[in-house]
Structure formats: structure tokens, C-alpha cells
Design a protein around this ligand. Sequence first.
Ligand code: NDP
Length: 323
Amino acid sequence: MTKRALITGVAGQDGTYLSELLLGKGYDVYGVAGPYPGDFPERVAVSNGRLHAIDADLTDMESLLAAVEASRPDEVYNLAGQSSVGDSWTEAITTTEVNAMGVLRLLEALRQLAPEARFFQAASAEMFGNAAETPQRETTPLHPQSPYAASKTYAFHVVGSYRESYGMHASNGIMFNHESPLRSLQFVTRKITDGVARIKLGLAEELVLGNLDARRDWGFAGDYVEAMWLMLQQERPDDYVVASGEVHTVREFCAAAFSHLDLDYEQYVRTDLRFFRPADVNVLYGDATKACTVLGWEPKVGFGELVAMMVDADVEQLRAEGA
Ligand code: NDP
């Protein structure tokens, strides 16, 4: 029988890759685009009659009950969220409403109407904050340091409590940063690849960034959605770190992006204290051994290939816009 999946945040970066993956596997996909459903057809790359748009909002319980009723899902992937750590300082309440309370609402809707559905929650490495150990794994204590991280930490725990209290098949993917040409421009990786493309094409003269020494574990979104799917194919629900296992500084990302277009980043990149966060986490570096051994997952796209893919896509996009 054809499997049915409900994806929230379907028009976002991960939702786009995940809907492509599931449609390729023959699923019927029901997608909740978010508060601005006008974006839906434009952002979702594949639409072949098995992708159905549902109008719902994580802040509206009634709309979630209706979405579950309409989709009757076998699997639910909660990718909706206010996904920017930076914006969570200025939009703390909205962030918490969507990322924390929204997950509780969705779990409640499932508990009431589809308790057998398997549930994936997009948790975040930001929950580790300035972590007690490096690399971080499933057992590393959580120490959230932003409204975003705090909201994701609440959601992480409520998923665990619904799993244990109600026996639901609910899993958290503790996702380290993952990027792609679909990453939105407010994130540092895409800001860099867009910036270098603009400089190369003569559209900009410099790129202004925050903390170049922040260290992150960056992977490719297309690989990470595969891990989400694998989690829901397991007999037992559980929590898994999903990470590339490599750590790089923002400076290294810049160097790789500029050198891909034969430029020297030191001539173009300037830092400005205004772009530093009130409390930045310094090193996030994940150990995905459990996901690799239990799920059989492995990332396919490495750091250099990811940077090159994003730079090339930005150059191509700017050229298509007439640059
Ligand atoms: P995006 O920001 O690209 O996608 C999130 C989507 O959620 C957007 O399409 C947004 O719609 C939608 N959304 C926002 N508010 C609501 C709401 N109230 N109801 C329904 N939908 C809503 O993020 P990503 O695809 O990169 O990330 C997916 C998830 O994974 C997010 O929850 C993020 O926090 C989490 N995550 C991502 C990581 C990463 O590196 N990418 C790392 C760790 C966790 P709109 O654009 O219309 O607001």
C-alpha cells in the first residue's frame, strides 16, 4: 500500500529535499507550507500529483487536527520552525510559540487522531550550547544558549516524554548544521556563497560578516533528510545525532568559497561587531556514530563539494537574473 507522509515546513530547505526523497520512494506526500502558503508551488521542486498542499500553522491547534485528519499519515516529519538562531533573539516569543508549543500541538493532534503514525522532530545541535564535551553525541548534556536553542530543547524533551508516556513512535534527529543552494540568505554559509558570487560578477565589493572563528559542523541537506527517513524506518523510536563529523571555521568556509572562484577572501571580507551574537556558541561538532551504525546512514557530500555546489548555484542564479 502507498505510504502517506505529512511534512510540515515543506517549502523550506529540508522540506524541499525530503519531499523529493519521499516522492521518489513512491510516497503520497502532504505538505504544510507555513504561514505564507503562496511560496509553496515555487519552492517545492517536484510536483507530480502525489504532493498535496495543506493549509495549516503550528500555532493553530485546529488547523493541525484538520491536517492530520486530511492526510491520515503513516509518517510525520516536523520540519516547520523559526529556524534562525540570530532571529530568535529579536523574535523570541514567536520562536517559542512555533518551535516549542507548535511541537506539543502537533504531538497532541497525533495522539488524538493518529497515535500509530511515526513522528520525526527536527531537533538541533544548538541545544548543546557551549557544550560540556567535544564532539557532541546523544549523551552530551544540553545547555541551550539562545531562545532558538531553548525552544528546541523543550521540543526535544516533550517528544521523549510522548514516546515514553504514550508509547508513540517519536524520534528526535539532533541535526547539526546542514546547507544547500536552498539555504536562506540570512544564514552565514549562504551569505558567503551569495557574497562571493556577487563580488566575482562585479555586483559587490566586500562581504561583511560576524565571528569568523565560530566553528561548525556543516553537511549537505540532501544527505541529512535521508537520515530523517531512516529513523522512521526503524522498529523502535530513538534519538540520533546527525552530523558530518568534520569541523570548520567560518573563515575556512570563506577561504574555500572565494578560492573556488580564484579569489582571496582576505581582500574582501570585513568583520563587524554588529553581526556577533549576544551569546555565540563556539564549537559545535557532532559524533554521528550511532546514526551510522544503527541506521546505516553516511553523509555523501563533503565540505569542499558542498561549498563549491553552493557557490556555483549562486553564480548561476545571479547570471539567470541578468548579472
Ligand atoms: P527553513 O527555515 O528553510 O524551513 C522552515 C519552514 O517552516 C519554512 O518553510 C517556514 O515557512 C515554516 N514555518 C515557519 N513557521 C511556521 C508555522 N507557524 N507553521 C508552519 N510552518 C511554519 O528551515 P530548514 O529547512 O533549514 O530546517 C528545517 C527544520 O530543521 C527547522 O525546524 C530547523 O529549525 C531545523 N534544523 C535545521 C538545521 C539546519 O542546519 N538547516 C539544523 C538543526 C535543526 P515560512 O518560510 O513561510 O516562514
